[in-house]
Design a protein. Structure first.
Length: 76
């Protein structure tokens, strides 16, 4: 017993298919944006790590200079 769909039902199904296509396009767009954000965040994280390393080196250099000054003042 196959029933023919009424034109209203066909139109409703078409509108649902259109909404699904729109939703899929939106999901793809958001997934692409998320990928871009993740890339940006990983670049920021790499820059932050570089800064932390540079700061640690600077702190070590300052400490070394203090020790050298202390040694020089003791040797005088």
């Amino acid at each position: 017993m196959s029933q023919e769909l009424s034109s209203e039902q066909k139109q409703y199904i078409q509108s649902l298919e259109y909404e699904v296509q729109k939703a899929n396009a939106r999901v793809e767009y958001l997934a692409e944006r998320l990928g871009q954000r993740e890339l940006e965040l990983s670049e920021i994280d790499a820059q932050l790590q570089t800064f932390k390393n540079a700061y640690a080196l600077l702190q070590k250099e300052k400490e070394d200079m203090k020790q050298e000054e202390t040694q020089e003042s003791h040797s005088e």
